[in-house]
Every structure is written in C-alpha cells, then in structure tokens.
Write a protein that binds this ligand. Structure first.
Ligand code: GLN
Length: 198
C-alpha cells in the first residue's frame, strides 16, 4: 500500500512539500490538529520559522503527540526550520523554543554569515546520483552530530565550504536546504524509499 505522508501545516512552506510529494504520486495529508496524525506513515517538517512553529506546536497541543510518535520511530524529514525542530540541541534560538530531539545533533539557527545568508550550491548527497542543486534560505548549520548520525552532505565550495547540511539518524532525515522549492524530487524520493519504505 502506498504510504500517507503527513506535512506539519502550522506555518511555512507546506504547499511546496505537497507539490513535491504530488509529483512523485505519493499521498500527503496536512497535519494541523492532533487527529490528523492518525494513520500517517511519516511526517515532514517544512521550512519557515522554527520559533513560531515551536510556539504553535505547544499552543495547539501537538507537541506531545508528535514527540511520542517520533520517539516511537515514526519516519520524519525536516527541511531548514524543520531540521531545527528535529534537533536535540539548538543554538541561537529563543529560550522557550522546543525541539523534538529526533536527531542527535546540535544545529545553529541562521548560521551562515551575512554575505551567504541565503545562497545556492550544487551538492553531492549520499544516496543520490549526480549533483543536487540546493537552495539555502537563512538556513541552519549542523555544528556537530552524534556517532550514530550519518552525514549525507556538506557544502563543498564557497564561503560555507565544509558545513554539514544533510544528516540522517535512524529513520529521520534533515536538510538545511529546500529541495521542495525546486523541481528536483530526488531527496523526497530518497526519504520515501530509504526511510519510509514504500
Ligand atoms: N531561519 C529560520 C528559522 O530559524 C529557518 C529558515 C527556513 O526555514 N528557510 O527557523
């Protein structure tokens, strides 16, 4: 049976992920309330503003049920602000911001310097043939990740060279960049094939 992928739809780039999944012929469901979590096979955390999403998750009573699902092994993919929400440690955020600790890593919000605040770069991503054109928009950077966490991509040129920008831990994937704003569906495909298991 084809999986149903939830997209956290409190704020941010929800429609873009819907479009990428649609292009792959994969079913998606917008998750705004607790009851929308029932029966999903995975959850995508979109880009946007992580501190706002954090606030809305708590206010709307979604934080605890989502945390339980992630702790129970629900596959997940976070882009940009979504990566921040999946991290176990976040630098440069509000004191009251929550995150899920689904990937054992430290991320720094808005980590790229002023001159590369938003930028594009062609990356090699483990598991994908050929380069991926990556769009970074006030992106976080992975400062360090635990022994069980797999680094899938680093920026390989320019002022941000060396920065870790794609990681995986168990069945959770996170990228600092936004494949959903391009027509390239290979990262979503990797997520579904390797992490969700169609
Ligand atoms: N800077 C945003 C944050 O900290 C993330 C930006 C994005 O998702 N494009 O949440």
């Amino acid at each position: 049976m084809s999986p149903v992928i939830g997209i956290l739809a409190l704020q941010g780039g929800v429609a873009e992920h819907e479009r990428s999944l649609g292009a792959l012929g994969v079913k998606s469901r917008l998750v705004r309330r607790r009851e929308h979590l029932t029966g999903i096979d995975a959850l995508i955390f979109p880009g946007g503003e992580s501190t706002t999403m954090s606030k809305l998750l708590v206010l709307g009573g979604l934080y605890e049920p989502v945390k339980q699902l992630l702790d129970g092994g629900l596959p997940a993919y976070g882009t940009c602000a979504g990566m921040i929400l999946l991290a176990s440690r976040v630098e440069n955020t509000r004191d009251d911001a929550v995150s899920f600790g689904a990937i054992d890593m430290t991320v720094k919000r808005n980590a790229f310097g002023r001159q590369v605040d938003s930028f594009e770069s062609d990356l090699t991503v483990t598991g994908i043939d050929g380069k991926v054109h990556a769009v970074f928009i006030r992106a976080p950077q992975v400062i360090e990740c635990g022994a069980d966490c797999e680094v899938l991509a680093r920026v390989d040129q320019g002022p941000a060279a060396g920065a870790i920008v794609a990681v995986a831990h168990n069945n959770v994937l996170a990228t600092s960049f936004h494949p959903e704003v391009t027509d390239d569906t290979r990262v979503h495909e990797l997520f579904i094939n390797r992490f969700v298991g169609a």
